[in-house]
Design a protein around this ligand. Structure first.
Ligand SMILES: [Zn+2]
Length: 227
């Protein structure tokens, strides 16, 4: 039999995006400070403990090196230990990002996220905040790369009012970052702040691709969400 060359070439190429009418599952995610991410169903993925542990280990090592005489052998050895730990942390973070991305792509046909580039401009530009956004941005990039290989949609939406607006009735409920609960005075909806944001993010994305949510259907991650 003559091998089908055109087929094998096609096989290696990037799959096309799932067509809109074939999207059966969708998730909105809010990347946050308290949890690494929160979905529209309230599911959370925390920053792993081993990663936090490495970070406090790093802080300890940095304190130690500051007590050494600059240029001494001890100082150099301490610097080397810090460099190795930095590398270790970077690998751990990379691994965690990929695992999280693969899980989301496995479970969903469409993933809605905030466009962090817009967010950087819209929110305050304190240094700690921008470092946080860079890390989140790195995750979104990986999520995109993983999704493209599977034909899964990643829709980036404007973060404008995603945390302020009520995901149930649209009423604007202003809240500072320290307010962790969304409590709507108009429709009495009470939700975790990040969950409320994740629902708004999902709704924006579905709106963008022209999908209408079923009136009775939940926004379940694993259930069909469309009429
Ligand atoms: Zn409301």
């Amino acid at each position: 039999m003559v091998p089908d060359v055109s087929f094998s070439l096609e096989d290696k190429s990037v799959p096309s995006l799932i067509s809109t009418e074939n999207i059966k599952t969708a998730v909105g995610i809010d990347v946050g400070l308290k949890e690494f991410l929160t979905t529209n169903t309230g599911e959370t993925i925390s920053v792993p403990k081993f990663y936090r542990k490495s970070q406090s280990n790093l802080a300890r090592k940095q304190k130690k090196v500051s007590r050494k005489e600059i240029g001494s052998n001890n100082w150099r050895a301490a610097q080397n230990r810090i460099a190795r730990l930095h590398q270790h942390i970077a690998r751990q973070r990379e691994d965690f990002h990929y695992k999280t991305a693969h899980k989301l792509v496995r479970e969903n046909d469409l993933i809605a996220v905030e466009d962090l580039n817009i967010r950087g401009l819209a929110r305050n530009t304190k240094l700690s905040k921008s470092i946080y956004d860079v890390a989140r941005g790195a995750f979104i990039e990986k999520l995109n790369a993983v999704a493209v290989k599977r034909g899964i949609h990643v829709i980036k939406v404007s973060p404008h009012n995603t945390s302020q607006n009520c995901s149930n009735c649209g009423h604007k409920v202003p809240k500072t970052l320290s307010v962790r609960t969304h409590s709507c005075p108009k429709c009495k909806t009470v939700l975790d702040r990040d969950e409320n944001a994740a629902i708004n993010i999902l709704n924006k994305a579905l709106n963008e691709v022209g999908i209408i949510l079923s009136a009775c259907g939940g926004l379940g991650v694993s259930q069909p969400v469309f009429a």
